[in-house]
Design a protein around this ligand. Structure first.
Ligand SMILES: [Zn+2]
Length: 345
């Protein structure tokens, strides 16, 4: 048993939905025209970026993303990855990058039929390879609306084989055909967003709420308190500052219902430990006390001072101990420059 936490300590925070590959996206060349809605944001921004990723940019985006997570007291990331022209081995690159920084990660490759049946098969194979080799992960699906029924069934079957869940975007936009997941889901599935799910959707699994991303894409508010499913909290790739995401989730929930209390929203953060029980034993010491949801909901800028993962100090005196933060930022900036050139070319 770990010793009780001091008032200025919490367990390691969990980002229940991340896209580490987006760490290099900031500053990317503008799309050919301004996207007018969620579908165009996918087509003109994210599906241009993911197809340009290679092993080099996957590695440095993951290292930068893991570093930024650790710097904000997040010791565990549930990642959802897509790199259509560099699928094979991509999940191991991400897992190794996170391990180097000292952050836990659960990896999934987002299978999709957007690049034809061969692309879907390669995505399925990458999830299978990673899990067979003992990697920590789930089977990833992009979303029902970009997958055939056969692909959805194959992902569900592969997940059952490995005794893990499926990590899938669900009803983020109105156009998603999430109903096609019915009959496949199980309690270990990771259902991301759920904005347009009806209350009685009938899907099993944890619904992961990403309030900042949902507002940024103007897809609507998920109103998570209406669901009977467990609720988790993610960033959808906009960093991994979970105290900040907690505050955004809280204030968005208050806008919807002023009686919402911070303990309810904090419980969404705690759901991450169901997937990462080991992160509950990680110790984050913060420069603030006490770490109480009612205070944190109204206290921007609370930062960690030291972090222990698996009993070893991975962050001390405001810096990571295993890696050189300046070096990661420099190399990641070089990788971003290479990525942007590809996008312009
Ligand atoms: Zn996402």
């Amino acid at each position: 048993m770990s010793s009780p936490l001091a008032p200025n300590q919490t367990p390691g925070l969990v980002c229940a939905h991340h896209h580490l590959y987006s760490a290099l996206a900031r500053g990317m060349p503008a799309p050919p025209r301004t996207p007018t809605g969620f579908a165009e944001i996918l087509e003109l921004v994210w599906w241009r970026l993911d197809v340009a990723l290679d092993d080099y940019t996957i590695e440095w985006s993951a290292k930068l993303g893991a570093l930024e997570a650790l710097e904000r007291g997040c010791t565990a990331i549930v990642d959802h990855h897509e790199s259509p022209t560099a699928i094979d081995g991509s999940l191991s690159i991400i897992a190794d990058a996170c391990a180097e920084v000292g952050v836990r990660v659960n990896c999934a490759y987002g299978i999709t039929d957007r690049h034809g049946p061969a692309g879907a098969a390669a995505g399925l194979a990458e999830n299978d390879r990673f899990l067979r080799e003992g990697g920590s992960g789930m089977v990833g699906l992009h979303a029902a609306f970009t997958c055939t029924d056969d692909t959805i069934a194959a992902a569900a079957e592969l997940a059952r084989t490995h005794d893990v869940g499926v990590h899938v975007h669900v009803a983020e936009g109105e156009a998603d055909t999430w109903e096609r997941l019915r009959g496949h889901t199980a309690s270990n599935w990771w259902l991301v967003h759920g904005v347009h799910l009806p209350d009685d959707h009938g899907l099993e699994g944890t619904i992961v709420h990403n309030p900042r991303s949902n507002m940024n894409n103007a897809v609507g508010y998920a109103r998570p308190t209406r669901f009977t499913n467990p609720i988790g909290l993610g960033t959808d790739g906009i960093g991994a500052d979970m105290l900040d995401e907690f505050r955004v989730a809280f204030v968005r929930a208050r806008e919807h219902d002023v009686e919402t209390d911070p303990d309810t929203v904090w419980s969404w953060l705690e759901t991450g430990w169901e997937l990462f029980p080991a992160a509950r034993a990680d110790i984050v010491s913060w420069g603030y006390s006490p770490m109480d949801p009612w205070r944190l909901a109204y206290s921007p800028g609370v930062s960690p001072t030291s972090i222990e993962v698996d009993g070893s100090v991975v962050f001390a005196n405001g810096a990571p101990t295993r890696v050189d933060a300046d070096e990661i930022r420099t190399k990641a900036a070089e990788a971003a420059t290479a990525l942007f050139k590809k996008l312009e070319g």
